[in-house]
Design a protein around this ligand. Structure first.
Ligand SMILES: CC(C)(COP(=O)(O)OP(=O)(O)OC[C@H]1O[C@@H](n2cnc3c(N)ncnc32)[C@H](O)[C@@H]1OP(=O)(O)O)[C@@H](O)C(=O)NCCC(=O)NCCS
Length: 323
């Protein structure tokens, strides 16, 4: 039977709780596009296609990052796949406990936008989110896409920055009543406990996957044996990511910054994403003459989750996590 514009046919899928959807969609210019697609959970084998889709949009989310999220919990990662097997969309949810879930990497492939597919995908994600408090970082020019879904409670703003580390900035390494050690030389449980204080919800699996990955260089600041800061630097598709950088005070943060930056080869850029409410973190961006290229606003749909921004110099990830 030929599909007519806006006609929906649903069939139950035995494998997943979601439904298979075939849809004929009409663009705003009234040209009909017969697109048959399904919305289904992402499988590990989809990761390379997802990576390529994100890179097309200049979202450089290296494979090892996507694997980190997938290995933490793949159950909220959802893709749109055409009947020819082409992956044309994605939206992810990562649960933090039973009451909070972070969303991210919502994208529809260029050429399939403004056809209602993104809305359809996000409706499915909001159903999967259920009664949990949902959050995401939203581009300023996308706020009107998310507001109808209830994501309207605005929280902190994050700036994404990129650029080489300034050798003069890291030549001045602060010293004090603390030491900086490799995370591999200590019990990582202590870092997880510190991370939980700042992230407000423990995420041992995610942060272990991220910070103890073979490509990660992770350093911890200790004061009398107590964790007072930590940071991770990892290679990305473009340069290196310094995600996160948490510290109890600016001196400790700078000491960690200098140690982490020493792993970034000359000529490579660093990616650093700071909550702009932290003036000292802003000073790191200015001090290294980094270029701010995107601003995103954190939004929630049920309640704001206050975090101690003054201890956050760079977020752990720009998607999925509270900070
Ligand atoms: C944002 C995005 C996912 C929307 O998907 P889409 O399939 O194009 O959206 P839809 O056609 O389902 O449109 C749904 C609604 O959002 C609106 N909308 C679509 N794109 C929008 C945009 N870029 N900004 C604001 N509103 C938008 C539509 O007008 C429509 O409103 P309506 O239901 O009142 O008609 C898609 O444009 C995209 O992938 N953009 C690039 C990646 C991106 O920016 N992702 C979001 C990061 S925060």
């Amino acid at each position: 039977m030929a599909l007519r514009p806006w006609t929906l046919r649903f069939q139950n899928c035995l494998l997943f709780s979601q439904k298979w959807i075939y849809r004929s969609v009409r663009s705003l210019s009234e040209h009909t596009k017969n697109i048959r697609y399904e919305i289904r959970p992402l499988k590990r084998a989809d990761l390379p296609s997802l990576h390529a889709l994100l890179a097309e949009n200049k979202w450089y989310m290296e494979m090892s990052y996507l694997e980190c999220v997938f290995n933490t919990d793949p159950s909220g990662l959802t893709v749109v796949v055409k009947d020819n097997g082409e992956l044309i969309g994605h939206s992810g949810l990562l649960a933090h406990g039973d009451t909070i879930v972070g969303g991210g990497l919502t994208i529809i492939k260029d050429g399939y936008r403004h056809l209602g597919i993104g809305k359809h995908l996000f409706q499915e994600q909001m159903k999967a989110k259920g009664d949990r408090n949902g959050f995401g970082n939203i581009l300023t020019n996308r706020i009107t896409f998310y507001a109808p879904f209830g994501l309207t409670i605005m929280s902190h703003i994050i700036h994404f920055n990129q650029g080489p580390v300034d050798p003069e900035f890291i030549a001045d390494v602060p010293e004090g009543d603390f030491e900086v050690v490799s995370a591999r030389d200590m019990k990582f449980d202590d870092v997880i406990a510190y991370d939980s204080e700042i992230h407000t919800v423990p995420r041992p699996v995610y942060i272990s996957n991220w910070a103890m990955h073979q490509l990660a260089n992770t350093y911890v600041a200790l004061k009398s044996g107590r964790v007072v800061g930590y940071g991770v630097v990892r290679p990305s598709d473009v340069g290196y990511k310094m995600h996160p950088l948490y510290a109890d005070d600016p001196k400790i943060a700078k000491a960690l910054f200098c140690r982490l930056a020493s792993h970034i080869p000359t000529g490579q850029v660093m990616n650093f994403a700071q909550p702009i409410g932290n003036e000292q973190a802003n000073a790191f961006v200015v001090g290294n003459k980094l270029t701010s290229y995107i601003s995103m606003t954190r939004v929630y749909d049920k309640w704001n989750i206050p975090v101690d921004i003054q201890r956050v110099y760079s977020v752990s990830t720009t998607e999925f996590c509270i900070i």
